[in-house]
Design a protein around this ligand. Sequence first.
Ligand SMILES: [Zn+2]
Length: 197
Amino acid sequence: MAEAAPEPVWRVGESVPWSVAWSGEQAFRLQPSTLFPGMTEVGQAERPGVGRPLFAAVHVDRQRRGMAGHLCHVCGEPTPPHDRWIFPVASGGMVTMADGEERYGGNVPPVHQACAKRAQRQCPHLRKAMARPVACPADEGRLIWRTDVVPGMEALAKSLPAGVEVVFSCYRLYGAAFSRKVARLRREEEARQARRS
Ligand SMILES: [Zn+2]
């Protein structure tokens, strides 16, 4: 009989990004939003390291806190402006504004350069996602809430009273100059993929 592979050792900041939710954190409540006054947000129990990491699910409080405070997605510590990197080709998306202009919206907190390199070494999935880091611009853009359901929260969303707008996550909408740069990088990546296939 084949032996089961040993359970890997999960360490937050090394083999598990800080933002990832754990199976021991699956308790939720509604609370007034501190980030978006007047709004109600989903709050989540915080017990990182308890149970198993749920790589497909992001912890809602850590995601918002990371986005607002420029906390590193991998280690959770603040990123200083000179060491603040994002991966706008692999994550987030272009948002079409009312005037038709396209802006980049990022929904993954930034990382330290050293943390990105460590994460790439530890996790084959991150090797591609964390390729070609882009330095965050001095113009931080602005934070915008999202009330659509994030993965792993579908059951909770169904339990909410109908018509109640609840903040799940947030994203950072960048300015025109940085958005043009991201749009160009995305087109270049698309062309690269097309040549490869
Ligand atoms: Zn870090």
